[in-house]
Design a protein around this ligand. Sequence first.
Ligand code: URA
Length: 269
Amino acid sequence: MTDRRQKLAALDWMVAMGADEAIGEESVDRRKSARPATPAPELAPPPAPVMASAPPRESGPDAPLAPAQGAADAREAAAAATDLESLRAALEKFEGCALKQTATNMVFARGNPNAPVMFIGEKPGAEEDREGLPFVGADGKLLDRILSFIGLDDQSVYITNMIFWRPPGNRSPTDAETAACLPFLRRHIALARPRLLVTLGRSTTNTVLGLNSNLNKTRGRWIEYGEGLEAPIPAMPCFHPDYLRSYPAQKREAWMDFLSLREKLDELG
Ligand code: URA
């Protein structure tokens, strides 16, 4: 992105966020002062929602699926997928996540699977459940708007979620539900092979990147993600659009993070 286009996009963004008045003679580069001084996020061992080996399954057609069995089945089914279509088909057949029973549609992905950057949200909401596509409701509209400010559209990004079915009433997914979806997400990343990842929100960031950290510390930093990949790729945590809608003052930080994404994409060429 040229310097001029970047400045115009920054102005558009500020006006859109309600900053439509200049109050000082001199412009201040707040990007410099706003960067947190702490050098690195607290790295912690990844959460361990998945058991190394699953206990034997109870027999009988109505036997409940043990949570660890769901995760073990997920690892096996995801590993067998050789491309995005077979991964989608494996998820369609997968019965190891209880959320499937209450959801209207599975929500897999939207955008361009060959795009250089892949965005990962947390879970589908009501509109996503109805349409079977991620980020098509109010959060998606804000995400699309932010992307447009840095010159990106549906064809220049690939968007998915950590959870593939909507939790009833938009509740948070349980550990067992997350553990059953995570192997599919990791395989999804490995098969799409994006050059950059963006994790939206604290829960997705901590689960996918194996952190145990506050998003205020991790957002905007580039952290290596290497699960199931031949070579690690840079991943950046960002605020979730839902959070930005509730706390509009954080949009300034979000804007800096998205500028950092734009710079990284420009570096990749
Ligand atoms: N929030 C998410 O995390 N994902 C969606 O698809 C929609 C809202």
